[in-house]
Design a protein around this ligand. Sequence first.
Ligand SMILES: Nc1ncnc2c1ncn2[C@@H]1O[C@H](COP(=O)(O)OP(=O)(O)OP(=O)(O)O)[C@@H](O)[C@H]1O
Ligand SMILES: [Mg+2]
Length: 360
Amino acid sequence: MASAPSMEQIEKVLDQFRDPETGRSVRQQGQVHNVQLEGDRLRLTLALTTHSRLLWEDMRRELEQLLRKEVPGLQQVEIQLAEHHRPPIRQGQVGVPAKSVIAVGSGKGGVGKSTVAAALATGLARAGSKVGLLDADVYGPSIPHLLGVNQRPAVEENRIQPILADGLKVMSMGFLVPRGEAVVWRGPMLHGALMQFLRDTQWEELDYLIIDMPPGTGDVALSLSQLLPLTGAVVVCTPQDVALIDAEKAIAMFRKVNIPLLGMVENMSYFICPECNTRHELFGHGGAQARAQELGVPFLGEVPLNVGIRIRGDSGQLAQCWEDPQLAEVFQRLCYRLVQEVAARVRQGPEPPLPQLTVL
Ligand SMILES: Nc1ncnc2c1ncn2[C@@H]1O[C@H](COP(=O)(O)OP(=O)(O)OP(=O)(O)O)[C@@H](O)[C@H]1O
Ligand SMILES: [Mg+2]
Protein backbone atom coordinates (compact mmCIF):
# COMPACT_ATOMS: atom_id res chain seq x y z
CA MET A 1 0.00 0.00 0.00
CA ALA A 2 1.32 3.49 -0.85
CA SER A 3 2.34 5.48 2.21
CA ALA A 4 0.34 8.61 3.02
CA PRO A 5 1.42 11.72 1.12
CA SER A 6 3.86 13.87 3.00
CA MET A 7 4.39 17.59 3.09
CA GLU A 8 8.01 17.07 1.95
CA GLN A 9 6.83 15.40 -1.25
CA ILE A 10 4.44 18.26 -1.94
CA GLU A 11 7.02 20.93 -1.22
CA LYS A 12 9.42 19.22 -3.59
CA VAL A 13 6.87 19.50 -6.40
CA LEU A 14 6.17 23.15 -5.57
CA ASP A 15 9.91 23.83 -5.59
CA GLN A 16 10.14 22.48 -9.13
CA PHE A 17 7.02 24.17 -10.47
CA ARG A 18 8.02 27.25 -12.42
CA ASP A 19 6.19 30.54 -12.64
CA PRO A 20 5.34 31.34 -16.30
CA GLU A 21 6.47 34.95 -15.93
CA THR A 22 9.89 34.50 -14.37
CA GLY A 23 10.75 30.84 -14.93
CA ARG A 24 11.57 30.54 -11.24
CA SER A 25 10.04 28.30 -8.58
CA VAL A 26 6.59 29.43 -7.45
CA ARG A 27 7.27 28.29 -3.90
CA GLN A 28 10.57 30.07 -3.62
CA GLN A 29 9.00 33.27 -4.92
CA GLY A 30 6.25 33.21 -2.29
CA GLN A 31 3.45 32.37 -4.74
CA VAL A 32 2.01 29.40 -2.86
CA HIS A 33 -0.27 29.97 0.11
CA ASN A 34 -2.53 28.08 2.52
CA VAL A 35 -1.12 24.63 1.85
CA GLN A 36 -3.32 22.19 3.76
CA LEU A 37 -2.69 18.48 3.68
CA GLU A 38 -5.28 16.31 5.42
CA GLY A 39 -4.62 12.62 4.86
CA ASP A 40 -4.87 12.16 1.10
CA ARG A 41 -6.45 15.57 0.44
CA LEU A 42 -4.49 18.63 -0.55
CA ARG A 43 -5.65 22.23 -0.81
CA LEU A 44 -3.50 25.18 -1.73
CA THR A 45 -3.60 28.61 -3.33
CA LEU A 46 -1.38 29.35 -6.32
CA ALA A 47 -0.86 33.07 -6.88
CA LEU A 48 0.05 34.18 -10.41
CA THR A 49 0.66 37.56 -11.97
CA THR A 50 -1.46 39.49 -14.45
CA HIS A 51 1.39 39.03 -16.94
CA SER A 52 0.44 35.36 -17.25
CA ARG A 53 -3.31 35.94 -16.95
CA LEU A 54 -4.10 33.93 -20.09
CA LEU A 55 -2.25 30.91 -18.69
CA TRP A 56 -3.80 30.76 -15.23
CA GLU A 57 -6.08 27.80 -15.98
CA ASP A 58 -3.26 25.97 -17.76
CA MET A 59 -1.03 26.44 -14.74
CA ARG A 60 -3.68 25.14 -12.37
CA ARG A 61 -4.13 22.03 -14.52
CA GLU A 62 -0.41 21.50 -14.95
CA LEU A 63 0.29 21.78 -11.23
CA GLU A 64 -2.54 19.43 -10.38
CA GLN A 65 -1.25 16.83 -12.85
CA LEU A 66 2.28 17.15 -11.55
CA LEU A 67 1.16 16.73 -7.95
CA ARG A 68 -0.91 13.67 -8.79
CA LYS A 69 2.01 12.17 -10.70
CA GLU A 70 4.74 12.92 -8.17
CA VAL A 71 2.76 12.30 -4.99
CA PRO A 72 1.09 8.93 -5.61
CA GLY A 73 -1.22 8.68 -2.59
CA LEU A 74 -3.05 11.97 -3.24
CA GLN A 75 -6.76 11.45 -3.87
CA GLN A 76 -8.01 15.00 -3.97
CA VAL A 77 -6.21 18.13 -5.11
CA GLU A 78 -7.89 21.51 -4.89
CA ILE A 79 -5.98 24.48 -6.25
CA GLN A 80 -7.37 27.97 -5.85
CA LEU A 81 -5.94 30.76 -7.98
CA ALA A 82 -5.13 34.23 -6.73
CA GLU A 83 -3.26 37.27 -7.96
CA HIS A 84 0.36 37.84 -7.13
CA HIS A 85 1.65 41.35 -7.63
CA ARG A 86 5.20 41.69 -8.84
CA PRO A 87 6.18 45.12 -10.17
CA PRO A 88 8.16 45.28 -13.41
CA ILE A 89 11.84 46.09 -13.51
CA ARG A 90 12.79 49.09 -15.63
CA GLN A 91 14.18 47.94 -18.97
CA GLY A 92 17.11 49.29 -20.93
CA GLN A 93 18.60 52.77 -21.08
CA VAL A 94 15.09 54.21 -21.52
CA GLY A 95 13.87 52.58 -18.30
CA VAL A 96 10.58 51.25 -19.63
CA PRO A 97 8.63 49.62 -16.79
CA ALA A 98 7.39 46.65 -18.85
CA LYS A 99 7.82 42.95 -18.25
CA SER A 100 7.64 41.96 -21.92
CA VAL A 101 8.30 44.20 -24.89
CA ILE A 102 7.02 42.77 -28.16
CA ALA A 103 7.51 44.26 -31.63
CA VAL A 104 5.00 43.50 -34.38
CA GLY A 105 6.59 43.81 -37.81
CA SER A 106 6.52 42.58 -41.38
CA GLY A 107 8.66 42.69 -44.46
CA LYS A 108 6.24 44.79 -46.43
CA GLY A 109 3.52 47.35 -45.97
CA GLY A 110 -0.20 46.85 -45.75
CA VAL A 111 -0.25 43.24 -44.55
CA GLY A 112 -2.05 44.12 -41.32
CA LYS A 113 0.71 44.75 -38.76
CA SER A 114 -1.16 47.56 -37.06
CA THR A 115 -4.40 45.57 -37.05
CA VAL A 116 -2.69 42.53 -35.54
CA ALA A 117 -0.74 44.67 -33.04
CA ALA A 118 -3.99 46.31 -31.90
CA ALA A 119 -5.78 42.94 -31.75
CA LEU A 120 -3.02 41.46 -29.60
CA ALA A 121 -2.86 44.49 -27.31
CA THR A 122 -6.63 44.71 -26.77
CA GLY A 123 -6.83 40.94 -26.25
CA LEU A 124 -4.13 40.91 -23.59
CA ALA A 125 -5.80 43.84 -21.84
CA ARG A 126 -9.22 42.17 -21.96
CA ALA A 127 -7.68 39.11 -20.34
CA GLY A 128 -6.56 41.28 -17.42
CA SER A 129 -2.95 42.13 -18.27
CA LYS A 130 -1.61 45.69 -18.13
CA VAL A 131 -0.83 46.70 -21.67
CA GLY A 132 0.77 49.61 -23.50
CA LEU A 133 0.64 50.04 -27.27
CA LEU A 134 3.35 52.12 -28.90
CA ASP A 135 2.92 53.10 -32.51
CA ALA A 136 6.51 53.22 -33.73
CA ASP A 137 5.40 53.98 -37.26
CA VAL A 138 6.35 57.62 -37.08
CA TYR A 139 5.97 58.04 -40.86
CA GLY A 140 2.43 56.72 -41.13
CA PRO A 141 1.00 56.23 -37.66
CA SER A 142 -2.25 54.29 -37.86
CA ILE A 143 -2.98 53.16 -34.31
CA PRO A 144 -4.91 56.37 -33.46
CA HIS A 145 -7.02 55.81 -36.57
CA LEU A 146 -7.71 52.13 -35.77
CA LEU A 147 -8.68 52.82 -32.17
CA GLY A 148 -10.50 56.06 -32.90
CA VAL A 149 -8.40 58.31 -30.67
CA ASN A 150 -6.62 61.49 -31.65
CA GLN A 151 -6.49 63.79 -28.69
CA ARG A 152 -3.15 65.32 -27.77
CA PRO A 153 -1.53 63.67 -24.78
CA ALA A 154 -1.11 65.86 -21.70
CA VAL A 155 2.35 66.55 -20.33
CA GLU A 156 2.70 66.55 -16.55
CA GLU A 157 6.02 67.19 -14.86
CA ASN A 158 7.83 66.49 -18.14
CA ARG A 159 6.14 63.12 -18.52
CA ILE A 160 3.83 62.42 -21.46
CA GLN A 161 0.55 60.92 -20.32
CA PRO A 162 -0.42 58.11 -22.70
CA ILE A 163 -3.95 58.13 -24.09
CA LEU A 164 -6.25 55.55 -22.54
CA ALA A 165 -8.26 53.61 -25.12
CA ASP A 166 -9.93 50.21 -24.92
CA GLY A 167 -8.10 49.40 -21.71
CA LEU A 168 -4.70 50.24 -23.23
CA LYS A 169 -2.14 52.98 -22.71
CA VAL A 170 -1.49 54.24 -26.20
CA MET A 171 1.29 56.45 -27.52
CA SER A 172 1.70 57.50 -31.13
CA MET A 173 3.31 60.17 -33.24
CA GLY A 174 -0.18 60.50 -34.70
CA PHE A 175 -1.22 62.28 -31.49
CA LEU A 176 1.40 64.97 -32.04
CA VAL A 177 1.28 65.56 -35.79
CA PRO A 178 -1.98 66.80 -37.36
CA ARG A 179 -3.52 64.27 -39.73
CA GLY A 180 -2.44 64.68 -43.32
CA GLU A 181 0.80 66.47 -42.43
CA ALA A 182 4.02 64.78 -43.41
CA VAL A 183 6.90 64.21 -41.06
CA VAL A 184 10.36 64.00 -42.52
CA TRP A 185 12.84 62.24 -40.33
CA ARG A 186 16.51 61.70 -40.54
CA GLY A 187 17.86 58.56 -38.90
CA PRO A 188 19.09 60.23 -35.69
CA MET A 189 15.81 62.15 -35.29
CA LEU A 190 13.85 58.95 -35.62
CA HIS A 191 16.00 57.33 -32.97
CA GLY A 192 15.53 60.39 -30.74
CA ALA A 193 11.74 60.36 -31.17
CA LEU A 194 11.51 56.68 -30.29
CA MET A 195 13.74 57.20 -27.29
CA GLN A 196 11.53 60.03 -26.09
CA PHE A 197 8.36 58.02 -26.50
CA LEU A 198 9.81 55.12 -24.59
CA ARG A 199 11.57 57.12 -21.90
CA ASP A 200 9.27 60.07 -21.29
CA THR A 201 5.88 58.38 -21.42
CA GLN A 202 4.25 57.75 -18.06
CA TRP A 203 3.56 54.07 -18.67
CA GLU A 204 3.27 53.27 -14.93
CA GLU A 205 3.42 49.48 -14.69
CA LEU A 206 3.10 47.36 -17.81
CA ASP A 207 2.94 43.62 -18.30
CA TYR A 208 3.26 44.03 -22.06
CA LEU A 209 4.40 46.84 -24.28
CA ILE A 210 3.32 46.04 -27.83
CA ILE A 211 5.16 48.00 -30.50
CA ASP A 212 3.60 48.47 -33.92
CA MET A 213 6.53 48.71 -36.31
CA PRO A 214 6.68 50.67 -39.55
CA PRO A 215 6.98 48.63 -42.74
CA GLY A 216 10.23 47.87 -44.45
CA THR A 217 13.75 48.76 -43.42
CA GLY A 218 15.43 47.82 -40.21
CA ASP A 219 16.09 51.38 -38.86
CA VAL A 220 13.43 51.22 -36.21
CA ALA A 221 14.23 47.63 -35.23
CA LEU A 222 17.88 48.59 -34.84
CA SER A 223 17.04 51.66 -32.75
CA LEU A 224 14.70 49.66 -30.54
CA SER A 225 17.24 46.91 -29.99
CA GLN A 226 19.69 49.55 -28.81
CA LEU A 227 17.23 51.26 -26.50
CA LEU A 228 15.84 48.31 -24.60
CA PRO A 229 15.90 44.52 -24.49
CA LEU A 230 13.03 43.19 -26.56
CA THR A 231 11.33 39.99 -25.50
CA GLY A 232 10.80 39.28 -29.16
CA ALA A 233 9.05 40.01 -32.40
CA VAL A 234 5.89 38.83 -34.10
CA VAL A 235 6.04 38.79 -37.89
CA VAL A 236 2.81 39.31 -39.82
CA CYS A 237 2.51 38.01 -43.36
CA THR A 238 -0.14 37.23 -45.95
CA PRO A 239 -0.43 33.89 -47.72
CA GLN A 240 0.81 34.89 -51.16
CA ASP A 241 4.26 33.61 -52.08
CA VAL A 242 5.61 37.10 -52.61
CA ALA A 243 4.58 38.23 -49.16
CA LEU A 244 6.17 35.15 -47.66
CA ILE A 245 9.48 36.13 -49.21
CA ASP A 246 9.06 39.52 -47.53
CA ALA A 247 8.26 37.86 -44.21
CA GLU A 248 11.51 35.93 -44.49
CA LYS A 249 13.33 39.23 -44.96
CA ALA A 250 11.68 40.56 -41.81
CA ILE A 251 12.72 37.44 -39.91
CA ALA A 252 16.30 37.83 -41.13
CA MET A 253 16.24 41.52 -40.13
CA PHE A 254 15.06 40.77 -36.58
CA ARG A 255 17.67 38.03 -36.29
CA LYS A 256 20.39 40.41 -37.42
CA VAL A 257 19.63 42.83 -34.58
CA ASN A 258 19.30 39.93 -32.12
CA ILE A 259 15.57 40.24 -31.51
CA PRO A 260 14.15 36.74 -30.87
CA LEU A 261 11.26 35.60 -33.05
CA LEU A 262 8.18 34.82 -30.97
CA GLY A 263 6.05 33.84 -33.89
CA MET A 264 4.47 34.38 -37.26
CA VAL A 265 0.84 35.34 -37.92
CA GLU A 266 -0.79 34.77 -41.29
CA ASN A 267 -3.26 37.57 -41.93
CA MET A 268 -5.94 37.65 -44.64
CA SER A 269 -5.44 33.92 -44.59
CA TYR A 270 -8.86 32.72 -45.73
CA PHE A 271 -12.32 34.10 -46.32
CA ILE A 272 -15.55 32.83 -44.85
CA CYS A 273 -18.48 33.69 -47.06
CA PRO A 274 -21.04 35.49 -44.89
CA GLU A 275 -23.89 34.10 -47.04
CA CYS A 276 -23.04 30.41 -47.17
CA ASN A 277 -20.41 30.11 -44.41
CA THR A 278 -18.01 28.36 -46.81
CA ARG A 279 -14.33 28.82 -46.21
CA HIS A 280 -12.40 29.99 -49.27
CA GLU A 281 -8.66 29.76 -49.35
CA LEU A 282 -7.81 32.20 -52.09
CA PHE A 283 -4.07 31.67 -51.93
CA GLY A 284 -3.94 28.05 -50.83
CA HIS A 285 -3.54 26.88 -47.29
CA GLY A 286 -0.71 26.16 -44.91
CA GLY A 287 2.06 28.02 -46.80
CA ALA A 288 2.97 30.38 -43.97
CA GLN A 289 2.75 27.68 -41.33
CA ALA A 290 5.05 25.37 -43.31
CA ARG A 291 7.49 28.20 -43.98
CA ALA A 292 7.47 29.20 -40.31
CA GLN A 293 8.37 25.66 -39.39
CA GLU A 294 11.20 25.57 -41.90
CA LEU A 295 12.53 28.83 -40.51
CA GLY A 296 12.27 27.63 -36.92
CA VAL A 297 9.69 30.27 -35.98
CA PRO A 298 6.55 29.34 -34.00
CA PHE A 299 3.30 29.76 -35.91
CA LEU A 300 0.78 31.73 -33.87
CA GLY A 301 -2.24 31.44 -36.11
CA GLU A 302 -4.32 32.62 -39.03
CA VAL A 303 -6.58 35.66 -39.23
CA PRO A 304 -9.30 35.61 -41.91
CA LEU A 305 -9.84 38.28 -44.50
CA ASN A 306 -12.93 39.75 -42.94
CA VAL A 307 -14.90 42.79 -43.96
CA GLY A 308 -15.76 43.44 -40.30
CA ILE A 309 -12.07 43.91 -39.48
CA ARG A 310 -11.70 46.37 -42.35
CA ILE A 311 -14.82 48.39 -41.58
CA ARG A 312 -14.24 48.54 -37.84
CA GLY A 313 -10.55 49.34 -38.31
CA ASP A 314 -11.26 52.13 -40.74
CA SER A 315 -13.93 53.66 -38.50
CA GLY A 316 -11.79 53.70 -35.37
CA GLN A 317 -13.61 50.81 -33.74
CA LEU A 318 -11.22 47.93 -34.15
CA ALA A 319 -11.79 46.83 -30.56
CA GLN A 320 -15.43 46.14 -31.52
CA CYS A 321 -14.14 43.04 -33.37
CA TRP A 322 -14.17 41.38 -29.97
CA GLU A 323 -17.98 41.53 -30.05
CA ASP A 324 -17.97 39.16 -33.05
CA PRO A 325 -17.65 35.64 -31.61
CA GLN A 326 -15.79 34.25 -34.64
CA LEU A 327 -13.21 37.02 -34.64
CA ALA A 328 -12.95 37.02 -30.86
CA GLU A 329 -12.03 33.34 -31.00
CA VAL A 330 -9.37 33.97 -33.65
CA PHE A 331 -7.83 36.90 -31.77
CA GLN A 332 -8.05 35.13 -28.42
CA ARG A 333 -6.12 32.19 -29.84
CA LEU A 334 -3.37 34.49 -31.15
CA CYS A 335 -2.99 36.16 -27.75
CA TYR A 336 -2.92 32.81 -25.98
CA ARG A 337 -0.30 31.39 -28.34
CA LEU A 338 1.82 34.51 -27.93
CA VAL A 339 1.73 34.37 -24.13
CA GLN A 340 2.50 30.65 -24.30
CA GLU A 341 5.58 31.36 -26.41
CA VAL A 342 6.77 34.08 -24.05
CA ALA A 343 6.31 31.75 -21.07
CA ALA A 344 7.87 28.74 -22.81
CA ARG A 345 11.08 30.68 -23.28
CA VAL A 346 11.51 31.43 -19.59
CA ARG A 347 10.25 28.09 -18.34
CA GLN A 348 12.24 25.83 -20.64
CA GLY A 349 15.64 27.44 -20.22
CA PRO A 350 17.84 27.09 -17.16
CA GLU A 351 16.26 28.65 -14.09
CA PRO A 352 17.26 32.33 -14.22
CA PRO A 353 19.03 33.94 -11.27
CA LEU A 354 17.04 36.30 -9.09
CA PRO A 355 17.12 39.76 -10.66
CA GLN A 356 18.74 42.72 -9.02
CA LEU A 357 15.73 44.51 -7.74
CA THR A 358 15.24 48.06 -8.86
CA VAL A 359 11.68 48.32 -7.66
CA LEU A 360 9.76 51.29 -9.02
N1 LIG B 1 -7.79 40.40 -41.71
C1 LIG B 1 -8.19 41.47 -42.34
N2 LIG B 1 -9.36 41.49 -43.03
C2 LIG B 1 -9.76 42.60 -43.70
N3 LIG B 1 -9.07 43.73 -43.75
C3 LIG B 1 -7.91 43.78 -43.09
C4 LIG B 1 -7.40 42.68 -42.34
N4 LIG B 1 -6.23 43.04 -41.78
C5 LIG B 1 -6.01 44.31 -42.14
N5 LIG B 1 -7.01 44.77 -42.93
C6 LIG B 1 -7.12 46.08 -43.56
O1 LIG B 1 -5.98 46.25 -44.41
C7 LIG B 1 -5.49 47.58 -44.34
C8 LIG B 1 -4.04 47.57 -43.87
O2 LIG B 1 -3.98 47.09 -42.53
P1 LIG B 1 -2.92 47.66 -41.49
O3 LIG B 1 -2.94 49.14 -41.48
O4 LIG B 1 -3.13 46.94 -40.22
O5 LIG B 1 -1.59 47.14 -42.20
P2 LIG B 1 -0.07 47.53 -41.90
O6 LIG B 1 0.74 46.34 -42.25
O7 LIG B 1 0.06 48.06 -40.53
O8 LIG B 1 0.16 48.70 -42.94
P3 LIG B 1 1.41 49.73 -43.00
O9 LIG B 1 2.50 48.95 -43.65
O10 LIG B 1 0.89 50.84 -43.83
O11 LIG B 1 1.74 50.11 -41.59
C9 LIG B 1 -6.45 48.31 -43.41
O12 LIG B 1 -7.44 48.95 -44.16
C10 LIG B 1 -7.07 47.21 -42.57
O13 LIG B 1 -8.36 47.54 -42.10
MG1 LIG C 1 0.83 49.90 -39.83
